[in-house]
Design a protein around this ligand. Sequence first.
Ligand SMILES: CC(=O)N[C@H]1[C@@H](OP(=O)(O)OP(=O)(O)OC[C@H]2O[C@@H](n3ccc(=O)[nH]c3=O)[C@H](O)[C@@H]2O)O[C@H](CO)[C@H](O)[C@@H]1O
Ligand SMILES: [Mn+2]
Length: 233
Amino acid sequence: MSCRYTRFLKDFLESAEENFMLGYRVHYFLFTDHPEWVPNLILGAGRQLTKIKCPSSARWQEITSRRMEMIEKLIEERLLNEADFIFSLDVDTKFYGHWGAETLGNLIAVLHPGYFGSPRTAFPYERRSKSVAFIPPEEGDYYYGGAVIGGRVSSVHKLVKTCRQQLDADRANQIEAAWQEESHLNKYFLYNKPSKVLSPEYLWQDFKKKTSNMKVIRFSQVIKNYNEVRPNK
Ligand SMILES: CC(=O)N[C@H]1[C@@H](OP(=O)(O)OP(=O)(O)OC[C@H]2O[C@@H](n3ccc(=O)[nH]c3=O)[C@H](O)[C@@H]2O)O[C@H](CO)[C@H](O)[C@@H]1O
Ligand SMILES: [Mn+2]
């Protein structure tokens, strides 16, 4: 997370403390270029937070993409021995409802709230064959959101490592996929099917009106002014 995204942290953490994995041991790892800006919160019993300093970047595309290698490293250095499950979550978000053990599984994806119910031809997959994230028009199951990735630590390790390698290959070829790491994630899920697909209850967007088939919104992207929070267009 870059400095101007720290404004989202307080609501994210406070709402996670009320809704996310209550009754389990939870260790938050926060990647930030400004650890000193992370608010001090008192966490519930069995819950802890570790800040990890990461480099700043002048491009938001780079900041969001680099999460794959940061998670890869974190898993290799610590989590393989420390944790059973991991979730990677966007920080510009808020929990509004219960998120518990029903979300656990080997490999977890979530339907992107903007594209569920849309035909495959409308999915914003990478369509240029020069990118490793390329998906041909007749392929693809769903369009998954990049804001939530989860599962068993070893399965997520395989995912983030593969996506990091794909991002490196694209970088060497001077191509950036349409939706950065989200495009590579969608490519990964084409060949490595998630064992559980969460509904958009688990990844909504505050600006979207709740649709009648949505019983409860549990986690949602808050409204943000892109020009204000991102370092570039
Ligand atoms: C609903 C959903 O799945 N949204 C995806 C989407 O839009 P979003 O508009 O949600 O992207 P975003 O701006 O939230 O960026 C993703 C994350 O990267 C970090 N960040 C990003 C920019 C920046 O200047 N500083 C910073 O710290 C931050 O942790 C943020 O939560 O596209 C992104 C990739 O393009 C990610 O795949 C998001 O998960
Ligand atoms: Mn986001």
